[in-house]
Structure formats: structure tokens, C-alpha cells
Design a protein around this ligand. Structure first.
Ligand SMILES: [Zn+2]
Ligand SMILES: [Zn+2]
Length: 362
């Protein structure tokens, strides 16, 4: 099959590799669409260590073509999303409904859950990005990461719910649980930031302030009807502007979808005492912060989310339904489609901010 293999930081190639076969509790999926996500850039740049060679891609939607022994929750022919959250459903965290923190789903090992590799090229092993490696014609994925969805949903749009779109929606709807009538500031107006605004709007936030350094991203936040206000942080004083828009008090909720040096500091300074601040993304492999304890003594909650803190089997079908009912404009966030051969270009376009949300269509 054809796959996009990262051999080393900066070395991404589209090539033929062996056709994979699912083992116990694994599902083989014919990939129909897969999102292009900033997280992939962490591995092509080498900022987050993974074993190479590795097949990239972690936002797949597709159709089940084969199941391994013991698979009971999906069947051949099912349309599915391959979530980045794969709860074992019996560890301490899963039993406390924190599926995103499952103790039996370690991040970025490059192997399958049993520690072995499932992909190969002429017999030599190739690793799998986050249990799916879906920049490929087929992906073998552990059953617990695979969520069936309704068959009338367009897979090119909903594939982003595997990671980026759910991360934003869930940050607002599940993690922060934004209250109606509230004010929200979001730093970073890419795909995750826009979906955070969409989640906040769905929850009834009435003031939604988008912050970015790129004018085209702010234009998109406004033209989609998500942001009530936009701030170009390369030109103006973000904190002063947010305070001016929120009665001098600061926003009720702040979301850091950029994850760059200094962005969380901005969020904390732009929110009111008692606010909730959520770290969603990271542009770099590692960003450290220093907070003045006064920010916390003023009862701000500074927290984070992985994957929007969703419970995939509960929330993904709900998000798909809301999209199909016209209540979440997920299609509006998507702006560029690529073929699998164009994957290196897609990653480069994302890295340089030329696209908001790309998808590879197979
Ligand atoms: Zn992603
Ligand atoms: Zn678990």
C-alpha cells in the first residue's frame, strides 16, 4: 500500500510499504480521509521524539475492511473515526470518566498497544504514529480507538473530529463547560482555535474574542461568524484590548490554542479573577511557564486538556449529529484538500500558516 513515511526529522516520503494485517483486538480500516494536524509537525520536525521510520497521520475517518480476533464493537463495513483517545475502560482514570488520561494508552510509542509494530517495508519494521499511522491507504488501529459513526456523514469533514476539531469543541464544551452569556478569549485561530470558538458559541458565549498574529486567520474567525471581536496580536496590546471588551474585568474563559512562548501568560492576564484558563495546543515541543501566584490566589483555574477531554464513544457521535443538523459548521473550518501524494506539501502549508485546516482525501 501507499503510505507517508517520516524517516527522520525533515525527511518525509510517499512510498510503497507492505499491506498490514490486524491482530487480536485490532481493526483494519480503509482510510477515506485524514486531517492534517499541527501534531504531525512535532514529529516531522523532531520536536517530540518518536522512533523512525514512522507512518504519520492520526486523524482518520474510513471504512472497516477487516477485524482481528476478539473484536466486538465494530464490524466490517462500519464507517468509523480513529480517535486519538483510546480508553481501556478499566483503569483508574477510565473508571473516573477521564478517558483522555487512560493509563493504558501511552503517547507516541510508535508501536501498537502490545509493544510490537504492525507495519513494514520489505519485512523491516515501520512504526505507527499514535496507534493509527493513517497517512496511508490502510490503517491498523486498536479497536478501542475506533468509534463507529452514522454512514451519511461526509468523512472528509468529520475526520477532524478524530483529534483537532474535537480538541477545540471539547475544550469549551467538556473541559471548561462554558456558561451561556459568558465572554471567551481564544489565542490561536487555526483549526483548533476556531473549533474552540465554535464550542463556546454552541454553549452560549456571547462575547468571543479571537487573537492571532495572522490577519487571514482572524478574517476566517469573523467570516465564519465565530468571533464577535478579533485582535491582531502583532499590532496591538492584546491584554488591554480584551480588558476594554470585557468591562475592564477580563474574560470569563481563556483558551490557549497556540501554545507558544508567552501565550498562556497573555491568557491569564486577559481573564478575570475566578476565570478558567485552558491550555489546548502547543506550537513547540516544550513550552515552560512562570505564573505569578497572585493570578492563582485570585482564584483563576489554570488547566489543560488532551483531545478536548471527550469520551469518544459518547461525544463523537454527538458532534457528528450536531454537524449533520447544521448546528456545528465543521465544514466551514476546512479549507484545503490534498491527495496522499501531496501530504508533504500539506504539512509544509500548515507549517507556514497557508491553510487553516487541510484534509488528505484518498
Ligand atoms: Zn491532530
Ligand atoms: Zn484506561
Amino acid at each position: 500500500m501507499k503510505a507517508v513515511v517520516c524517516h527522520a526529522p525533515g525527511d518525509v516520503r510517499v512510498e510503497e510499504i507492505d499491506d498490514p494485517t490486524p491482530r487480536a483486538a485490532e481493526v483494519k480500516i480503509k482510510v477515506v480521509a485524514v486531517g492534517v494536524c499541527h501534531t504531525d509537525l512535532n514529529f516531522t520536525s523532531g520536536q517530540v521524539p518518536v522512533p523512525y521510520p514512522i507512518v504519520l497521520g492520526h486523524e482518520a475517518a474510513g471504512v472497516v475492511v477487516e477485524v482481528g480476533p476478539g473484536v466486538s464493537r465494530v464490524q466490517v463495513g462500519d464507517h468509523v473515526l480513529c480517535s486519538i483517545i483510546g480508553p481501556c475502560e478499566h483503569c483508574f482514570q477510565c473508571e473516573h470518566d477521564d478517558h483522555a488520561l487512560c493509563e493504558n494508552s501511552p503517547f507516541f510509542t510508535g508501536t501498537m498497544l502490545d509493544g510490537t509494530t504492525r507495519l513494514s517495508s520489505n519485512g523491516s519494521p515501520i512504526h505507527t504514529l499514535h496507534y493509527q499511522g493513517s497517512y496511508a491507504e490502510y490503517a491498523v488501529v486498536p479497536e478501542r480507538f475506533v468509534v463507529p459513526i452514522r454512514k451519511d456523514a461526509p468523512l472528509d469533514v468529520v475526520c477532524g473530529l478524530a483529534c483537532g476539531l474535537s480538541t477545540g469543541l471539547g475544550a469549551a464544551m467538556v473541559r471548561a463547560q462554558v456558561k451561556p452569556g459568558s465572554s471567551v478569549v481564544v489565542i490561536g485561530s487555526g483549526g483548533v482555535g476556531l473549533s474552540t470558538m465554535m464550542g463556546a458559541q454552541f454553549c452560549g458565549a456571547t462575547t468571543i474574542i479571537a487573537v492571532d498574529r495572522l490577519a487571514n486567520k482572524l478574517d476566517k474567525a469573523r467570516s465564519l461568524g465565530l468571533a464577535t471581536h478579533t485582535i491582531d496580536s502583532s499590532k496591538s496590546d492584546t491584554v488591554a484590548e480584551v480588558l476594554a471588551l470585557t468591562g475592564g474585568r477580563g474574560a470569563d474563559y481563556g483558551f490557549d490554542a497556540a501554545g507558544a512562548n508567552g501565550t498562556l501568560d497573555l491568557i491569564v492576564a486577559a481573564t478575570r479573577p475566578g476565570a478558567t484558563c485552558v491550555v489546548i495546543g502547543r506550537a513547540l515541543g516544550l513550552v515552560e511557564i512562570t505564573l505569578n501566584t497572585t493570578a492563582l490566589l485570585r482564584q483563576r483555574i489554570v488547566t489543560g486538556t488532551y483531545g478536548g477531554s471527550i469520551l469518544p464513544r459518547r461525544d463523537l457521535p454527538i458532534f457528528v449529529d450536531l454537524f449533520m443538523q447544521g448546528r456545528l459548521d465543521l465544514a466551514g473550518i476546512l479549507d484545503t484538500r490534498y491527495t496522499l501524494d501531496e501530504a508533504p506539501q500539506a504539512l509544509d502549508d500548515l507549517h507556514h500558516g497557508r491553510i487553516t485546516r487541510g484534509v488528505i482525501i484518498l
